[in-house]
Design a protein around this ligand. Structure first.
Ligand SMILES: Cc1cc2nc3c(=O)[nH]c(=O)nc-3n(C[C@H](O)[C@H](O)[C@H](O)COP(=O)(O)OP(=O)(O)OC[C@H]3O[C@@H](n4cnc5c(N)ncnc54)[C@H](O)[C@@H]3O)c2cc1C
Length: 311
């Protein structure tokens, strides 16, 4: 009898922490059809509700009992949240647009190659068919692959809630690991990515243990050079090397106004260590992250520059 009790206790522990097929909590489930309905539900159940988009982060967390929401609001039936639209000065992407749709979009591939490369490097096709760009940002993993490209493109997010709309730069959206500026009654509706002039080049590089894994380190860069190859504007952002995705101002400052030369790029890339605070975890060590950051910043800058030159 005692053996059976011990077995049940062990089994419960095993199911809750490891078995990823079972969600062991009860919740109420809603499927609003409009943003307005979703916001009403969020306001009503403030703090108790969780938004479900693709579920590729949330359901894993629920199965592991890391989060146990009483209310689930599935926003995937809201048509007005799923689009990719050219709006003249900028490209707008709805929050529930699937990663696979972004990967297949010709404007993204042509005008925002760092975002294209980031999405392409995420998980496998099945996950990309379900996962959304809004979910990737709102989950606020330091390793979120879409964050560094959106930061270097100076993208903004449109947030909607009972008090109306607000626009926040993606760079300011993340507060800490798994924490964003979203209030419990707000949702992310749209991502706004400004178009950059034609003499802009950009690139994304990710180092991961396997193709399906989160990044040990990822980096996105964007830069513009003038006719004399002088860097007139540059942005560098990295993921998985701090509690949130971060810019690398030391590298940017060292390169802005300088001619694009390999030696200069090599030296400036080493300065990235001043801007990051990596930790050792299951994916990598702090030392490796520091060393490889220098290398991928350099390589991404060269790749972005080659793109400007049409190579
Ligand atoms: C096998 C596997 C591989 C993966 N590989 C990668 C990878 O390589 N790179 C990477 O970055 N990620 C990866 N992920 C993580 C995940 O797939 C992505 O973060 C994905 O984009 C999350 O989107 P989702 O729509 O599934 O989010 P969900 O799981 O639905 O939501 C994630 C979180 O965001 C909140 N949320 C979602 N949408 C909104 C919104 N519009 N407004 C407010 N809150 C919202 C939810 O409440 C939840 O807290 C992987 C996951 C799996 C399971």
């Amino acid at each position: 009898m005692r053996g059976m009790v011990e077995f049940k206790v062990k089994a419960a522990h095993y199911i809750n922490k490891i078995n990823t097929h079972i969600i062991p909590v009860r919740f109420e489930y809603y499927e609003p059809k409009t943003i307005e309905e979703a916001v009403e539900l969020l306001a009503k159940y403030k703090g108790e509700a969780k938004i479900l988009a693709g579920g590729t982060d949330l359901l894993v967390a629920m199965k592991q009992r890391l989060v146990e929401p009483k209310i689930i609001i599935n926003i995937k039936k809201i048509k007005e949240l799923r689009f990719i639209e050219d709006r003249g000065d900028y490209l707008a992407i709805g929050a529930t647009t699937r990663l696979r749709e972004i990967e297949k979009n010709p404007i993204v591939k042509e005008r925002f190659p760092a975002l294209y490369e980031a999405v392409k490097a995420m998980a496998g096709t099945q996950i990309r068919n379900m996962a959304t760009i809004g979910g990737n940002l709102c989950n606020a993993s330091p390793a979120a692959d879409t964050a560094p490209p959106l930061i270097v493109y100076e993208a903004k997010v449109k947030i909607v809630g009972p008090r109306g709309e607000r626009i926040v730069p993606v760079e300011k959206f993340f507060k800490w690991v798994k924490k964003t500026v979203l209030e419990p009654d707000e949702l992310l509706a749209e991502i706004i990515i400004p178009y950059h002039p034609p003499n802009t080049g950009s690139a994304f590089i990710k180092i991961a243990r396997t193709a399906m894994d989160l990044a040990k380190v990822n980096v996105a860069v964007a830069l513009r050079v003038d006719d004399n190859n002088v860097i007139e504007w540059i942005r560098v952002a990295l993921g998985s090397v701090a509690p949130t995705p971060v810019r690398a101002p030391s590298v940017e400052k060292a390169l802005e106004g300088k001619e694009f030369k390999l030696e200069t790029i090599e030296e400036a890339s080493k300065l990235v260590v001043n801007d990051i605070s990596p930790i050792t975890d299951i994916r990598s060590t702090a030392e490796y992250r520091r060393e490889v950051s220098k290398v991928i910043v350099r390589d991404a800058l060269i790749r972005a520059y080659n793109r400007i030159k049409g190579r």
